[in-house]
Design a protein around this ligand. Structure first.
Ligand code: 13P
Length: 252
């Protein structure tokens, strides 16, 4: 079954609002002829509103990098799903390994965010992936199973139509070390199998699983040629219009 490729740029803590506009202008002119790849950019919170405005006349859609699970209240420093919706977001990245590593997120808190995002009409990109230690200890499959099961607890088959998964092996993020296409495809096939077990084959064959971790123009085509790889979640290489568009073109 043909799944629509989705390439998302996770800008992390990069780009001021002014720099955001410059990068988006560079992306927009280069993206005009691209129609068969879903393109997403995820700038920082403070740039979302101006990014939404800048992207109005383009096919590039907007995502955020995180959100809290309550809709409003005394939660200093947090951002809610309705705020992201109102700011123009379609997607929200949840459970990125940097959130898990530096900000104490767990499968349980990721799961609360998943429920809220879906309830408010945001499409979550849920990130999972093992550390180097876990891979070396042969615990990759066990870790992926725990993250998938925990993150998706209580999510219905119907809701899964709006969920994107991103397999990001922690050892490949920002390190220049990419999983080989075979390593990535093996993990993706395993993840798809977990979805099949929980939700059946129809949901499993429809769900899009992105690969993330040092995706570059030079390795994107090979990764994306694999059966189970339906897109990419790009960090560093999404901060430059030329290289992000080159990755999107590799997906075409
Ligand atoms: P890099 O592409 O910089 O390795 O980052 C990957 C990532 O974490 C995307 O979410």
């Amino acid at each position: 079954m043909a799944r629509r490729i989705i390439i998302a740029g996770n800008w992390k803590m990069h780009k001021t609002p002014a720099e955001t506009l410059r990068l988006l202008n560079g992306l927009k002119v280069r993206a005009v002829n691209i129609s068969n790849v879903e393109m997403v950019v995820c700038p920082t919170f403070v740039s979302l509103t101006i990014a939404a405005e800048a992207l109005k006349d383009s096919r590039i859609v907007l995502g955020a990098q995180n959100m809290f699970w309550e809709t409003e209240g005394a939660y200093t420093g947090e951002i809610s799903a309705p705020m992201l919706k109102d700011a123009g977001c379609t997607y929200v990245i949840l459970g990125h390994s940097e959130r898990r590593q530096y900000f104490g997120e767990t499968d349980e808190t990721v799961n609360k965010r998943m429920h809220r995002a879906l309830a408010e009409g945001l499409k979550p990109i849920m990130c999972i992936g093992e550390t180097l230690q876990e891979r070396e200890d042969n615990r990759m499959f066990e870790v992926l199973e725990r993250q998938v099961t925990g993150g998706l607890a209580g999510i219905s088959a119907g809701q899964m139509a709006d969920v994107v998964l991103a397999y990001e092996p922690v050892w490949a993020i920002g390190t220049g070390k990419t999983a080989t296409p075979e390593q990535a495809d093996e993990a993706h096939a395993y993840i798809r199998g977990l979805i099949a077990k929980a939700y059946g084959d129809t949901v499993a064959s429809a769900i899009r699983i992105q690969y993330g971790g040092s995706v570059k123009p030079g390795n994107a085509a090979e990764l994306l040629s694999k059966d189970n790889i339906d897109g990419a979640l790009v960090g560093g290489a999404s901060l430059d219009a030329e290289s992000f568009i080159a990755i999107i073109k590799a997906a075409e």
